[in-house]
Design a protein around this ligand. Structure first.
Ligand SMILES: [Zn+2]
Length: 258
C-alpha cells in the first residue's frame, strides 16, 4: 500500500532551511513567479532531506511526498503515526520516559540543523558511541509507530486537539506567574517573528520544580522548543487566537536557547 504522507513543513534545498506550510503559502500567494523560480521542485523531507515533497495548494495547503519509500532508513517521519488512543497509552506508561526524551531530542536536532550534513554528523556520532545492543534497539524503535508531531506556529486543525502530540518550533518564550492560581506557572510562547501569542502552557509548582534551571532563565529570548502535550478542544474555545495546555511532567519538554 502506498501512503502519500502529508507534512506541515519542508526543507528547501535551494534555501538550505526548513519552511512551514504557512510561510510557503504566503510566498506562493504574494508572487507566483518567485515561487516557481526559487521554491518549486526544491522541497524535501524536513528531517532526512532525502524524500522529495510537493507543495499542494489546496484549502488547507500541505506538503506531500512523491514516493513514500524515498526517505532515509532512519527517518522518523517515514513511520506511521499512533492513533489518539495509542498515544495516550504510550504517554501514560512511565517505561517510555527515555523514548520520549530521545524523540524530543531528535525533534530538537531537526530544528537546530541548518545544513544537511549537520543531521548526518549527529547520527554518525550517536551510533559510534552506542553499543551494538543499544543501536539495534534504536533501529527497532524506528519501526514502531510514532507519536504525531505538530509545529506550534502553524494553524490548529480539529485533529490537533484532544490527543497527545509533540509540539515544536522556534518561539519567543516568557515565564509568567498565574495570578489566579499561585501554585501555577505559565510559559507563554510567542511567534518568533511576529508579536502574536501562540500558546500558554500551565505548569504546576511540583512539575516546575523538575524543570532545569537554565530553562527558567529565558525571558523574552527566541529559542527552539519541543514538548509533549494535549490541547483540550473544550478549553480552547474558537474565539481565542492562542491555545492553552498544561505540562504533565517536567521531562515532557526541552528547549534550546543562546
Ligand atoms: Zn524523511
Amino acid at each position: 500500500m502506498v501512503l502519500k504522507m502529508k507534512f506541515e513543513e519542508a526543507y528547501s534545498i535551494s534555501h538550505h532551511s526548513n519552511y512551514t506550510i504557512e510561510e510557503i503559502a504566503k510566498i506562493h500567494e504574494k508572487s507566483l513567479e518567485t515561487y516557481v523560480t526559487d521554491y518549486k521542485g526544491y522541497f524535501a523531507c524536513p528531517e532526512c532531506r532525502e524524500a522529495k515533497l510537493n507543495f499542494v495548494n489546496s484549502k488547507p495547503c500541505y506538503f506531500r511526498t512523491e514516493q513514500d519509500d524515498s526517505h532515509n532508513d532512519d527517518c522518523s517521519l517515514k513511520q506511521l503515526t499512533m492513533s489518539a488512543h495509542q498515544t495516550e497509552g504510550f504517554v501514560s506508561n512511565t517505561e517510555n520516559k527515555e523514548k520520549i526524551g530521545r524523540q524530543l531530542q531528535s525533534i530538537m536536532t531537526m530544528l537546530l540543523s541548518d545544513k544537511p550534513t549537520a543531521v548526518r554528523t549527529t547520527r554518525v556520532q550517536s551510533n559510534a558511541t552506542s553499543s551494538k545492543k543499544q543501536s539495534s534497539s534504536v533501529s527497532e524503535s524506528f519501526r514502531e509507530k510514532q507519536v504525531p508531531r505538530k509545529r506550534i506556529d502553524t494553524k490548529f486543525r480539529n485533529e490537533d486537539y484532544d490527543c497527545y502530540k509533540f509540539f515544536y518550533g522556534k518561539v519567543r518564550a516568557v515565564w509568567e506567574k498565574d495570578e489566579k492560581r499561585p501554585e501555577y506557572m505559565k510559559l507563554l510562547l510567542f511567534h518568533a517573528k511576529e508579536s502574536r501569542l501562540l500558546c500558554r502552557i500551565y505548569i504546576t509548582g511540583k512539575v516546575f520544580s523538575h524543570i532545569p534551571q537554565p530553562y527558567k532563565d529565558l525571558n523574552q529570548k527566541v529559542c527552539e522548543i519541543a514538548f509533549l502535550a494535549s490541547f483540550d478542544s473544550n478549553r480552547n474555545s474558537t474565539e481565542k487566537s492562542y491555545q492553552s495546555t498544561s505540562l504533565r511532567f517536567g521531562h515532557f519538554f526541552i528547549l534550546n536557547h543562546p
